[in-house]
Design a protein around this ligand. Structure first.
Ligand SMILES: O=P(O)(O)OC[C@@H](O)[C@@H](O)c1c[nH]c2ccccc12
Length: 256
């Protein structure tokens, strides 16, 4: 079993437990007008989506005691276009509480970063205050992906579809708002920014496209922009620093 299969197997159990425990009805519902990531990316000059992530299966612990009451707000004040908040606990050290806290502190589009396989997780994302959900082609069938995307839209959330291979172009459909090319292969962890350049050109013009993972050099962002990418999802480059928000500020500065 590759790591993605392991994560999904565990996720199925987690969602079943959450349903049994009635998690959705226990969440204090957040209501706010949607902060559209699509619109923010269209109008932003930097397009950095800054991620809050304590650990990952590929790197282990990055910042175990990272403080959610300061870092996302810091990202916002240093110029992030949107936030990505990991909510998977076992593999990424995140929580729904992280999402709720970040939501309460920032007025930016917030992505729930998790492995979504069930509409229940989208309802929870909405209740906890997310604006966008991630759907990973490699983790879903095309029909599951379509069903989950229409659930997200029914709740007024945007959909970020993540792809990594040409064969996953078939997942792109009308209920997708943003197409993300993950430079990291979730089955092998091999990260290569060339993936974005290779796949980017073939993504239909009407979709906003973003490049995800393994970005650490401002020069890469400039090149990706020239290739038509409007957003850049970056985690580790910031989270490996003592002050991730200041690392973002320096990165943005060097883009100018
Ligand atoms: O820390 P990085 O290499 O900058 O990557 C961020 C983000 O792209 C990565 O965390 C990610 C991309 N797709 C995912 C799917 C699930 C979990 C995590 C991810």
């Amino acid at each position: 079993m590759n790591i993605l299969d392991t994560i999904i197997a565990r996720k199925k159990i987690e969602v079943a437990e959450q349903k049994n425990a009635g998690l959705l009805s226990a969440i204090q519902q957040q209501t706010h007008p949607l902060y559209s990531l699509k619109d923010a990316l269209r109008s932003s000059s930097t397009g950095i989506i800054a991620e809050f992530k304590r650990k990952s299966p590929s790197k282990g612990w990055i910042f175990p005691d990272a403080d959610v009451s300061t870092i996302p707000a810091g990202y916002a004040s240093e110029g992030a276009t949107g936030l990505s908040i990991l909510t998977d606990e076992y593999f990424f050290g995140g929580s729904l509480n992280d999402l709720q806290q970040a939501r309460a502190l920032v007025k930016l589009p917030v992505l729930r970063k998790d492995f979504i396989i069930d509409p229940y997780q989208i309802q929870i994302a909405k209740a906890a205050g997310a604006d966008v959900v991630l759907l990973i082609a490699a983790a879903l069938s095309i029909s599951e992906c379509k069903m989950l995307a229409s659930e997200a839209h029914a709740l007024g959330l945007e959909v970020l579809l993540e792809i990594h291979e040409k064969s996953e172009f078939d997942y792109i459909h009308s209920n997708v708002d943003i197409v993300g090319v993950n430079n990291r292969n979730l089955k092998t962890f091999v990260t290569d920014v060339e993936t974005s350049f290779r796949l980017g050109a073939a993504i239909p013009e009407e979709y906003i496209k973003i490049s995800e993972s393994g970005i650490s050099d401002p020069h890469t962002v400039k090149e990706l922009r020239q290739a038509g990418f409007r957003g850049f999802l970056m985690g580790e480059t910031f989270m490996k620093e003592v002050n991730p928000d200041l690392a973002l500020a320096r990165f943005i500065h060097s883009l100018k």
